[in-house]
Design a binder for this molecule. Structure first.
Ligand code: GDP
Ligand code: MN
Length: 401
């Protein structure tokens, strides 16, 4: 689960990770009031930041007003202008894709002076099953680019899950960033506090880009990108509440309601599969036969009429879908029952309307597969049966051609 920068910074503050003062707002008036309040507290420079679930805002532009997603303002008037430009406009960044993301919330912060910028991130290193802390002197730049072009500029420290970050590891990171004196001391504390926040919130990622040092040698998290492990959210009801549903893909939200495992992709072949492994194999075979999967969808072991219907509803919400491939292995669930389920689902008036013109290719294997094929073949619906996965994929490419 992703959260906004302003929410991430509230968490950081609780863990004594220093962040510039800031206030989240949803209207121009609120934004102006927030800036006035920061001014009373001593701010002379303000930063107005679009709160969307995507990074790269500083270099992004909004569609209508061509405004940057992070605006440095020298006066309250400039804050007002930035808020007017951003709120209600759609911000496009390298991370949002072309469609962009509607700006409904802003974060006004006390603008700080930057002496140097760094990258500091904590995430899971799946290859070694450990948490990894990554730091780089190349702050403010996309870390993927640094990793690709100058990997030697990234230092890493690994921590076994459940173990603490060792003080010497935090020191090594701070030294590697070239911090000195007060900034070094603060930097070490920063790394330690950040690791504690990451660990205790069951996060997947805490990314501070940039981490900055001011001319007064203060160390701040200027930006914060945080995601939590969905499977651990039940342990953190307070964090679960931070979810901003308006930022999430509507189909993915609906799938969560039905307890289906759905991830939207960019292709045009909708997939409905039971089991994550088979779902991945199905996507591979679609690719191999020249198609492009529109989604990952694991309907789980059951695959009854209701799950099939819900699967259709979610897949068909995506306008790009030109064909649907259903690939179910009947182990515990019998194929003939799934076949009847598919037919019943396609006859449902709500689904029938949406599915018109979208061919459905069904491949059922396992218990009672032959009966299932007969049921499909004898139905007068726009449903094509296939026995082998390869055949199913070929049918898909035929109907797309
Ligand atoms: P991102 O573009 O979505 O990663 O948003 P960031 O929060 O990282 O902001 C983008 C850039 O704006 C940063 O890399 C900084 O260069 C600049 N910036 C953000 N806040 C401040 C600030 O308080 N003072 C100054 N001088 N620059 C800032
Ligand atoms: Mn950033």
């Amino acid at each position: 689960m992703k959260i906004h920068e302003y929410q991430a910074k509230e968490i950081l503050e609780k863990y004594n990770v220093a962040v510039p003062a800031g206030i989240a707002t949803t209207t121009v008036e609120e934004t102006v009031e927030a800036a006035k309040k920061l001014k009373e507290e001593g701010a002379t420079l303000f930063v107005v930041k679009a709160q969307i679930h995507a990074g790269g805002r500083g270099k992004g532009r909004t569609k209508k007003n061509n405004a940057k997603g992070v605006v440095l303002c020298k006066s309250i008037d400039e804050v007002k202008e930035a808020a007017e430009n951003l709120l209600g406009d759609v911000l496009v960044t390298v991370q949002t894709g072309e469609e962009g993301q509607l700006v409904q919330r802003l974060y006004v912060t006390d603008g700080v002076d930057i002496k140097s910028e760094f990258y500091l991130g904590i995430l899971m290193d799946r290859a070694v099953s450990k948490n990894v802390i990554m730091a780089s002197t190349e702050g403010g730049v996309e870390i993927e680019k640094v990793a690709e072009e100058t990997p030697e500029k990234i230092v890493k420290e690994w921590v076994e899950p459940g173990m603490d970050l060792q003080p010497n590891q935090a020191r090594r990171i701070a030294f590697a960033l070239g911090l000195e004196g007060d900034a070094l001391k603060k930097g070490i504390k920063f790394v330690q506090a950040l690791y504690k926040a990451y660990e205790e919130t069951d996060a997947n990622m805490f990314e501070i880009n940039p981490l900055i040092v001011t001319p007064d040698n203060d160390v701040y998290a200027l930006d914060a990108k945080v995601t939590f492990d969905d499977n651990a959210l039940y342990r953190h009801p307070d964090l679960a509440e931070l979810k901003d549903e308006s930022e999430e893909n509507p189909a993915e939200l609906e799938a969560q309601k039905y307890d289906l495992n759905y991830i939207k992709l960019d292709g045009n072949v909708g997939c409905m599969v039971n089991g994550a492994g088979l779902a991945m194999a199905t996507m591979d075979i679609i690719k191999l036969s020249g198609g492009d999967p529109a989604n990952f969808l694991d309907v789980g072991g059951g695959a009854n009429v209701e799950t099939v219907k819900n699967g259709f509803r979610i897949i068909l919400e995506d306008q790009n879908v030109k064909a649907i491939l259903i690939n179910i292995f009947g182990g515990i669930v019998r194929c003939d029952r799934v076949a009847n389920g598919v037919i019943e689902a396609v006859k449902d008036p709500e689904i029938a309307e949406k599915v018109e013109g979208v061919p459905i290719i069904v491949r059922l294997q396992g218990t009672n597969a032959e009966e299932a094929k007969e049921i499909i073949d004898n139905s007068d619906l726009n449903v094509i049966s296939a026995v082998l996965l390869k055949e199913a994929a070929e049918e898909v490419s035929k109907v797309l051609a």
